[in-house]
Design a protein around this ligand. Structure first.
Ligand SMILES: NC(=O)c1ccc[n+]([C@@H]2O[C@H](COP(=O)([O-])OP(=O)(O)OC[C@H]3O[C@@H](n4cnc5c(N)ncnc54)[C@H](O)[C@@H]3O)[C@@H](O)[C@H]2O)c1
Length: 317
């Protein structure tokens, strides 16, 4: 389809936390005219610069196919999903969108030979993964969301091995960004806390202060995505989901770091159901394969991440 050197990119779930940032990075790299943004929601007042937007439910395979063919798409970043906390509230919807939506993309990738990026998550790990999750640690998640992500990784490996689909994925840790609010995941507290701090409001954090999870600033995650998609296929041994090296800090360490910038900020720790999900996940991920196979390295640490978040949000509010 089309000139293989010319990327023609479709992003699904493009109005979400990652999509908004990825759209900008892809548009700058490959040209605004080559990026088609899509989401199930209508695109109204969001401050994003896109030349083409399509309202698209990934469960509607006929429309998905039409959009791919009409726009000569040769690469999809498939971000449409239901995240962990919302997934536990609505498991059937979570399964349908995360698994059947991916199946639609993969069937069309098999037919039209386009490349796919499909994110996985640290939620693939369960309590038996240990505190430092390795690429090959056991995948026994205790959330439905995690089960859909393990299934997605297995589907990716299958479509690559059996049908030759070039699909790539990353097990993103909790992503911290400021442009849009996150979409119902367990690590949302690490974003929401900044909005409250910058607005000089108190924050009721829904995990306890000792909760330690793998985290990353969004720029490191977007760069990882672009670097993985640029890597020569023959160097890659994994299709389902690469671990990345991650930051690892507790909710209290994050609070203390924010207080260095905004000393009057007050945070209360009032755990809810999401504490259980957080407790089932590792503290940190090891990214040996991403570093060895496509040279990935983290740039942001906790201090630089907090500085960037606070400065960016202060300019906005
Ligand atoms: N944000 C994180 O911290 C994080 C961490 C690990 C993995 N991930 C993964 O990255 C991907 C993107 O996550 P995100 O944080 O941007 O999520 P998000 O919830 O912010 O965005 C998901 C988008 O998908 C859209 N969507 C939902 N159902 C749809 C459907 N049927 N058809 C089309 N669009 C639909 C939503 O409207 C939303 O805009 C997901 O696969 C998620 O599991 C995210």
């Amino acid at each position: 389809m089309g000139d293989p050197l010319q990327r023609r990119i479709l992003v699904t779930g493009a109005l979400g936390q990652i999509g908004i940032e990825l759209l900008e990075a892809l548009s700058e790299k490959f040209g605004y005219e080559n990026i088609i943004a899509s989401d199930i929601r209508s695109f109204d007042h969001l401050e994003i610069n896109v030349q083409k937007y399509v309202e698209l439910d990934v469960l509607d395979i006929e429309k998905l196919e039409r959009v791919i063919v009409e726009n000569e798409i040769n690469e999809i970043y498939h971000l449409a999903a239901i995240l962990s906390a919302n997934g536990e509230k609505n498991p059937q919807l979570c399964w349908k969108i995360n698994v059947n939506g991916l199946l639609n993309v993969l069937e069309l990738a098999k037919k039209y030979k386009f490349r796919v990026f499909s994110p996985s998550s640290i939620a693939v790990f369960g309590p038996d993964a240990g505190k430092l999750a390795l690429q090959k640690s056991p995948l026994n998640p205790s959330t439905l969301y995690g089960i859909t992500k393990v299934t997605g990784e297995l589907m990716a490996e299958y479509y690559h091995t059996i049908h030759g689909v070039d699909i790539r994925g990353i097990r993103y840790p909790g992503l911290i960004s400021w442009k849009v609010l996150p979409g119902g995941g367990t690590t949302d507290y690490a974003v929401n806390i900044f909005h409250k701090a910058v607005n000089h409001e108190e924050y009721d954090c829904f995990v306890n202060e000792d909760t330690r999870l793998p985290m990353m600033y969004i720029d490191d995650a977007i760069r990882a995505t672009l670097e993985l998609m640029d890597a020569p296929r023959e160097k890659l041994s994994i299709s389902g989901g690469y671990n990345l090296p991650s930051l690892s800090f507790t909710a209290k360490e994050l609070y203390d770091e924010i207080k260095k910038f905004i000393p009057s900020f007050k945070c209360n720790f009032i755990p809810d159901r999401r504490q259980e999900f957080a407790d089932s996940w590792p503290d940190e991920t090891e990214g040996k394969y991403s570093t060895e196979e496509w040279g990935y390295e983290l740039e942001y640490d906790l201090g630089s991440l907090c500085e960037k978040m606070i400065n960016s949000l202060m300019k906005r509010y």
